[in-house]
Structure formats: C-alpha cells, structure tokens
Write a protein that binds this ligand. Structure first.
Ligand SMILES: [Zn+2]
Length: 416
C-alpha cells in the first residue's frame, strides 16, 4: 500500500472524534518539530519556527518561514463529521434492553447507520482520587453497540422507503443488562485514578476500518473521509513544505453544525492566533491583505447511478483531481482571482483539476471558507476532494485524488 494511503488510514483509525483528531494531528506535527503553544502562556515566536496551538476540537499550526511582512498561505479543513452524539443522561432502558439516548449531529445520512458495529469515543470530565476535576479523551475501540434494522417481514414496504424518526429508531442497542450504566462503563475505562464521573461528550462511530476497494484498488472506502482526508492532506503538506513563505493550517470543529462556537470557524480562534503572531494592527492588516486562503472539504463527484443530479458541465469525476467549488450565493468563497491563481499553479505543475457548481434547482452545502474569509477579509477559494456518498457512515474517494490534491497543496504553500 502507498505510504500516503497508509498514513491516511492510521490517521482515520486514531481519530474517531474531533478531540482525537487534534491529538493525532499534534503527534504528527510534534514528530516533525512543531512546538506546542498554550493559549494561556506568553508566546516568544522566532522567524523560522514551527508552532501549533489547540483549542478543544480545533487546531492551528504555522511556520514562520519568510519575512515578517509577507502574507500567509493558509489551508483550512474541519475536524468533525456527521454522526450520533449521546445525550447527557445517556442510558435508555426499554423493553428489557439497555440502549443509548442519542441526538443527531449534523446532516447524517441516517439509513447508513443501521446494522453497523459501533464504538464510542469522546471526552470525559471526572473527579480523580484527590477530588480534582480532570478531562480525558476516551476511545473504547471495540464494538459496543448496534442499531438493528427492522426486519423486512415487519416492514414489508421498507424497500419503497420510509421516514426515519431519530427519537424512535436511532437508539443504539448496548446490552441486555438492565442494571448497567454508561457512566459506570466510562469510569471503568478511565481506570483506577478516576473516582466520580461528572459528564461526557461521547459520539458513536463505526469500528470497520477504512479499506481499498476496486479492481485496481483505485477507491478508498471509509468513515469520516469528510473531512479527515482534507485534515490529513493539510498536515502532510505543511510538514513537507520546504517553502520560505509564511504558512498556516486551521482545522476547525463544529463545521457540520454551522461553526457557531468558540472553536468553530465562526469563533475567534484563528483571529486570536493571527493577532498574537502579528500584534501590531497596521502590519497585521497588510499581511492579511497579502494572504491567500484555501478551504479544503469534500466535493460531490458524479454518481454513475445518478448522473442527472449534477449540472452536466460541472460534474467532477472520482480520480479527476481537485475540484474548484463555486457558488453565486457565496456558499463557497471562490472567485475568478483566487481560482485563476490556483489554476495557474495546476497548469505549471501538470495537476488535473475540475469544477463544481450545484444544479440550479438544488441548494449547495457550505464550508469553513466563507466564515473564515469574512472575519479576516481573506481572498481565496474552496477546493474539494471528489467523493461519493457524502455524510454516509462510509464514504468513497479515489486514491489518485489524494496524490493530485497533495501536489496542488504543495504548490499552494510554495509558489508565486
Ligand atoms: Zn465537510
């Protein structure tokens, strides 16, 4: 297997929720010499230095490689994926079974969650043996739950489609033991240092690992490819870059629910980091005016069973290279200037690229692009990895597109 694909698979495996995405990203960056900065400490930044900052499920990493007054090449992506989140009082006892009470996080393709082996991961607040409040990441890794379909005999018209009622139908089955509780399960998982469980943010995720599919193993099938494939490519590009330009990547949580949090793209995380890198307002304004932002997310590739769902002239194909996403309603930030800059890089480096604009009678999704660009006055574009079954529990992308996108990001961070 190719090194890049192997790297992506191990990143996906160690990153079931945004908290773990930040930790996996941090280990890759620290292994490459990036120095972790705390938001509560004073920063002493050096030209040529490489740094990272984390805030909850979000992370920013940057390299100050060029002249102070030069613009940044910025890459962005999001760390969260649609899924099912356990409610605060998680246990749900019904009809002699132990289930979990969940709410839907983001635009989940709900039918894909039935009959999957599911595990739980997230963060947990607890009191230790000294009575001190602690926060820890937990990942059970093993299959703990399942949301069984209703047999076709009991819903004879199931193949004609039905409305899924999340409150009724999406409770994962955890066991037969009526005395068990999720809090006890979490305490046990935390080990002997944990005395009292206080609260948790736990998400369900499928345990089936990502895999290569296709006659020539040309496809990747896996969970959370939106948007962890982009996070991985951003980190890889930043680590590998030999450029002497100022470079930065921002990986935000909460994109799938509108980004309106302190860690989301609607919050002040990036603005705060940039104002600490560039404390002087006049210099910061000049640098931002000279910066370029590339927001990376997945794009809808043409589905061979549903070609009619695309505008025929703006229907990207799997394997066809990075997708430039444009939208008249500004759901994407792309304009001719930024798209032109990107296309020039692709032409110079012989990288294929494609265009996406939604069918004129459909609404298109959005990304962290518009929120980030709006707050900082950045020019830039929205790029996407072509993918099928976006927001399904398993999505499909092409191996070739990882390489095309990696080449494009390398050029983005380096060239004029
Ligand atoms: Zn996304």
């Amino acid at each position: 297997m190719k090194k890049r694909v192997q790297g992506l698979f191990s990143f996906l495996k160690s990153s079931p929720t945004p908290g773990q995405v930040v930790q996996s990203s941090k280990s890759l960056l620290e292994a490459a010499g990036f120095v972790a900065l705390g938001e509560r400490t004073t920063w002493k930044l050096k030209r040529g230095g490489a740094y990272l900052v984390e805030r909850g499920g979000s992370l920013i990493a940057f390299r100050l490689a060029g002249k102070a007054e030069e613009g940044f090449r910025i890459l962005g992506a999001h760390t969260d994926s649609p899924g099912l989140k356990v409610k605060p009082r998680g246990d749900l006892k019904k009809s002699g079974h132990w289930s979990l009470s969940v709410e839907v996080y983001g635009g989940v393709l709900q039918s894909s969650w039935f009959d999957r082996d599911l595990s739980l991961a997230g963060q947990v607040a607890y009191l230790d043996n000294q009575g001190k409040a602690q926060l820890a990441l937990v990942d059970f890794k093993r299959p703990l739950a399942i949301i069984p379909n209703l047999a076709i005999h009991l819903r004879p018209k199931a193949n004609e489609g039905w409305k899924i009622e999340p409150q009724k139908e999406l409770s994962p089955l955890l066991g037969l033991d009526k005395k068990g509780s999720l809090k006890e399960l979490l305490l046990k998982e935390l080990g002997p240092d944990a005395k009292t469980l206080l609260d948790f943010d736990m998400l369900l995720y499928p345990t089936e690992p990502a895999t290569l599919v296709g006659v020539e193993e040309e496809f990747i099938s896996g969970a959370r490819l939106d948007n962890l494939a982009s996070c991985f490519l951003n980190i890889e590009a930043l680590i590998a870059s030999k450029s002497n330009k100022n470079q930065l990547i921002v990986l935000n949580d909460h994109e799938e629910v509108g980004s309106g949090s302190a860690v989301g793209a609607g919050g002040n995380f990036l603005e705060s980091v940039l104002s600490r890198i560039l404390p002087e307002p006049e210099a910061r304004a000049q640098v931002l005016a000279d910066s370029w932002f590339c927001s990376l997310d997945n794009a809808h590739a043409l589905h061979p069973n549903h070609p009619e769902m695309h505008d025929p002239e703006h229907a990207p194909l799997l394997g066809g290279g990075p997708v430039i996403k444009s939208n008249a309603g500004q759901s994407y930030i792309t304009d001719a200037q930024a798209s032109g800059f990107f296309q020039k890089l692709c032409l110079q480096n012989k990288i294929p690229y494609q265009h996406f604009a939604v069918r004129s009678d459909l609404r298109c999704g959005s990304t962290i692009g518009p929120l980030t660009a709006r707050q900082l006055g950045l020019k830039g574009l929205d790029l996407g990895l072509p993918s099928l079954a976006m927001h399904s529990i398993r999505e499909t992308i092409a191996v070739a597109d990882l390489d095309h996108m990696a080449a494009a990001l390398k050029a983005w961070l380096a060239e004029d």
